[in-house]
Design a protein around this ligand. Structure first.
Ligand code: DGY
Length: 321
């Protein structure tokens, strides 16, 4: 009997073709985002599911879908999946690391540049007819080249940001991570390990690239923001819940932080209204990995993972092998 899978968000045709060659595929269409109740309903009798970061896999859901054996997410982040609950129920979980590293680092750097150089603010003024003339201090922002780049979370994407900063912009790279990088990688990146407090104090530009968990929830709140230089830029390309957005908005409004670039939000797709009115924050709608080649690579990898997981092969990128 052919196994049954659910593709829980609209996916590229190649994914549906690949999965249909092996399984009976139930695929959502259009812009549908299943509610938790709809997801539970559509998962009845399914052996595997292809999801994105918008579907939550909880212990309750797993208990309601006992046939489910594989959860394959088209994302590197997996904070939307209760990994321990999956492991306890022998449900294989996979994600899509590596294929999005460089693309996401590009977006992180773009946000850093745009925020530091006040690009969105300038574009808004120009479009609103508010650009009156050249002036020596008009939209004068912060330099990026030759400054100190702080990175909180030095995994694959953090290291890719470090390479851009070090070799593209001659920046001094400092970082904090749960575990220190091997000396050889530190040397290659000319990256210096600091305590989190030291990192906050010295960074001219700080990029958040750490995984989201109970431990990292609001780990950038008022006390941490207060340690940063008032001239600094904060960039978040990880998960919105890492930053206390109200504290960030207050720091930006009161000039205790110069600028921010945010691709992720705690209540996305809703954005904290306090951020929306600030001129010194650049906002993008969670598009870190959004280039066509990268999204196709992520989708293909998620499909390969699902095929392997349900056919007894080893998935390319398992989270709980
Ligand atoms: C990821 O891959 O984790 C991106 O944030 C998209 O969800």
């Amino acid at each position: 009997m052919r196994k049954k899978v659910l593709v829980a968000r609209r996916a590229p045709a190649a994914v549906i073709e690949k999965l249909s060659a092996q399984f009976d595929v139930d695929a959502v269409d259009g812009a549908t985002v299943l509610t938790p109740a709809e997801l539970r309903e559509r998962l009845q009798g399914k052996d595997g599911v292809y999801i994105t970061g918008t579907e939550r896999i909880t212990a309750e859901l797993l208990d309601a879908c006992p046939q489910l054996r594989a959860v394959c997410t088209m994302s590197v982040g997996y904070n939307h999946i209760d990994l321990a609950a999956c492991t306890a129920r022998r449900v294989l979980v996979t994600n899509t690391p590596d294929v999005l590293t460089e693309t996401t680092a590009d977006l992180g750097f773009a946000l850093l540049m745009a925020a530091a150089r006040r690009m969105s603010e300038g574009e808004r003024m120009l479009r609103d007819g508010q650009w009156k003339s050249w002036a020596w201090d008009f939209l004068a922002g912060a330099d990026v080249h030759g400054t100190t780049l702080g990175i909180l979370g030095m995994g694959r994407i953090g290291q890719a940001i470090a390479r851009r900063g070090r070799f593209g912009f001659g920046m001094r790279v400092v970082y904090h991570n749960r575990s220190r990088l091997p000396a050889q990688i530190e040397t290659e990146l000319a990256a210096r390990f600091l305590s989190k407090d030291e990192l906050l104090a010295v960074a001219d530009h700080l990029v958040l690239v750490l995984p989201y968990s109970a431990e990292s929830h609001h780990c950038m709140a008022a006390p941490e923001l207060a340690r940063m230089k008032p001239t600094a830029t904060l960039v978040n390309i990880a998960r919105g819940g890492i930053v206390d957005e109200n504290a960030l908005a207050a720091a930006l409004r009161e000039g205790r932080l110069a600028a921010a670039g945010l691709d992720v939000f705690e209540g996305e797709p809703q954005v904290n209204p306090a951020l929306l009115t600030l001129p010194n924050v650049v906002l993008t709608p969670h598009i870190g990995s959004a280039t066509m080649p990268t999204r196709l690579a992520m989708a293909g990898l998620a499909a390969d993972n699902l095929v392997a997981a349900l056919t007894g092969a080893t998935p390319p990128t398992p989270l709980n092998p």
